[in-house]
Design a protein around this ligand. Structure first.
Ligand SMILES: O=C(O)c1cccc(C(=O)CC[C@H]2O[C@@H](n3cnc4c(=O)[nH]cnc43)[C@H](O)[C@@H]2O)c1
Length: 215
């Protein structure tokens, strides 16, 4: 069986450093800060995948949690990665790419490895759960938008800005994709002053250590 080599893609340098600190050994893991947003993440992931071959790709970073579903400082491991903005707004509601017959707007993550990853993270004393992670072009800033997303995707646990971009590039290279997010804030009215970024980065560091048991 070939040795595993995992590409971990964060958005910003602070997340990149947190993931690096969490890995006891870096062999078998390449960590890059791919940039903020779906486009940057997709391009950075694709470039990395042309330069080396990987057995898995992981989108990792902080995220907003849906208030009824998560706690600040907890971890969400994606069972599904949604491109939540991809589609059309209509008088009858939001039509995703599947409904428009224009392509794929969500990726399923391998359930066995997703569950193993969630267990490995929980064994480190962290609160961890699996669920859908939405990728949005912007950080939700109102209660109405948060409600609309939660109604449209009841299984949504978290919202971030890169996962679907990482997933699209991974899929084009036929590499399994995963996403792990530490919850820094709640999805809803913009409350930037109460984001717990430092705490979420510390949790991301601890959770990253769990990657070594799974991959
Ligand atoms: O609104 C601000 O002033 C502000 C200040 C610092 C950071 C931001 C961001 O937009 C961070 C986006 C960045 O972090 C991830 N993230 C974290 N929480 C959320 C969220 O609730 N919704 C979407 N993305 C989130 C995201 O993946 C980006 O990498 C804003």
């Amino acid at each position: 069986m070939s040795a595993s080599k995992v590409l971990i893609v964060t958005a910003v340098e602070a997340e990149h450093e947190a993931v690096q600190r969490g890995l006891d050994h870096h062999c078998g893991f390449d960590v890059i800060a791919g940039g903020v947003g779906l486009a940057e993440a997709a391009a950075s992931t694709a470039i990395a995948l042309t330069k080396d071959s990987y057995t898995a790709v992981v989108s990792a970073g902080i995220a907003g949690g849906f208030r009824a579903q998560t706690e600040l400082g907890s971890i969400v491991v994606a069972s599904e990665i949604w491109g939540a903005d991809l589609g059309a707004e209509t008088n009858e509601g939001f039509y995703d790419l599947e409904k428009l017959n224009l392509g794929c707007s969500r990726y399923q993550c391998d359930p066995l490895l997703t569950d193993k990853l969630c267990t490995s993270i929980a064994e480190r004393g962290l609160k961890a759960q699996t669920g859908a992670i939405l990728t949005t072009a912007a950080v939700t800033g109102t209660a109405k938008t948060a409600e609309n997303l939660a109604v449209r995707v009841p299984e949504a646990k978290a919202e971030a800005m890169e996962g679907f971009g990482v997933a699209v590039s991974a899929q084009k290279f036929d590499v399994p994709v995963f996403e792990i997010r530490s919850i820094s804030n709640f999805v809803g009215p913009r409350d930037r002053d109460n984001w717990k970024i430092k705490e979420a980065l510390a949790v991301l560091e601890q959770a990253s250590n769990g990657l070594q048991e799974v991959f």
